[in-house]
Ligand binder design. Sequence first.
Ligand code: EPZ
Length: 420
Amino acid sequence: MEKLVIKGGTPLRGSVSILGAKNSAIAILPATLLCKGICTLHNVPNIIDVRLSCQILEQLGSKITWIDNNTLIIDNTNISKTHAPLDLTSKFRASYYLIGAMLGRSREIEVGLPGGCNLGARPIDQHIKGFEALGATSNLSQGKIYVKADKLVGTSIYMDVVSVGATINVLLASVFAEGTTIIDNAAKEPHVVDVANFLNSLGADIRGAGTDLIKINGVKSLKSNITYSIVPDQIEAGTFMLAAIASKGDLIIKNCIPEHLDSLTSKITEIGGNVEAYGDTIHVWATKRPSKTVIKTLPYPGFPTDLQPQMGVVLSLAMGTSIINESIWDSRFQYTAELNKMGAHITSQGKSAIFEGVDKLYGAPVYATDLRAGAALVIAGLVADGITEVYNIKHIDRGYECIEKNFSSLGANIERIVEN
Ligand code: EPZ
């Protein structure tokens, strides 16, 4: 088993370059199935969920070649199967994108129900609603879902909840649908826009991605050879911004899109931190203890739920009492029990948590409960007095490429230990 051992107390200083967005890459990889040819993808994060996605595609018949650590070539000329392996698809959330992509390509797919971070209920009713509105039938049994359509016909679909996954999945399924599909109350996250941009670069006709109303005019076919670069990961960038504030450090964050982080930048400024953005770079620094605030997580462009745990670390050290309302997930405060082991004073109740700021955190053995909780515990270890050991770091490796290398390059005393 592996753990991260961190000796806290060093303010982070230096520059870091942001990789491609996990939540875009693990949607665009299955989206390549709509192309009966070759896609070259640049700026692909080399993380567990991406490697899992590649394994699943290869089992369907894709030929995948990594030409460097973050560039891969996918040849989907000969996709032979319509059954994705249950043992792989149940390991993470984004396997459900195989449904939309294979509905578009071959009108049939059987997938093991998705897994993913334990954040409470993670239904896929809106995905099914979209597929069935387009003319598909679905059958859920024994942990698998089988979806089939004789043909797909464009229609208007109103999402009952703003859902990143359902928006992207209906985008994928409607590319070849006859006529026009409207997705109303659509998610507007940067990775939704990135998937639409990727599909349009293949020759799809998608308009309005990034707004809450997306229009897809069905096309007969797509190009058979394209090159595309994944959008920078605003959640990885935000994680480093909050690490700078928590450690009273000074970071230059390169290869990002500052506008994708406006809600975080506003909050950091409100609590006394400093942010300057220029081009594809953000300069973030703090010289004093943060002040209290109230956070409510919301769909983009609101404060992102995927930065909520990392902000929780900052607020656990802020002056005064802060509140976080988690409006997206039922159970995303599991990390607060681990922070309390380090001396934080956090009371969580359902979808809200109260943070009574303390002067210091103290090193302790803590356990990552999900991907972003794990990143938050690393930040806590970076600022705590003493030694912190973070366990269950496979969660972190699902979404961050060698997190310890990046933080070490910024002056942190952090190493990965393999325990037998
Ligand atoms: C994506 O999950 C991300 N994962 C999550 O990031 C992120 O937290 C979430 O979007 C919100 O931004 C990936 O992209 C792989 P949703 P997704 O569908 O698509 C409800 C991370 O750390 N809902 O936008 O599963 C749902 O219960 C991960 O990178 C339904 O009710 O999220 C939730 O309350 C964690 N029915 C809300 O909508 C549905 O059919 C938003 O979920 C679908 C969703």
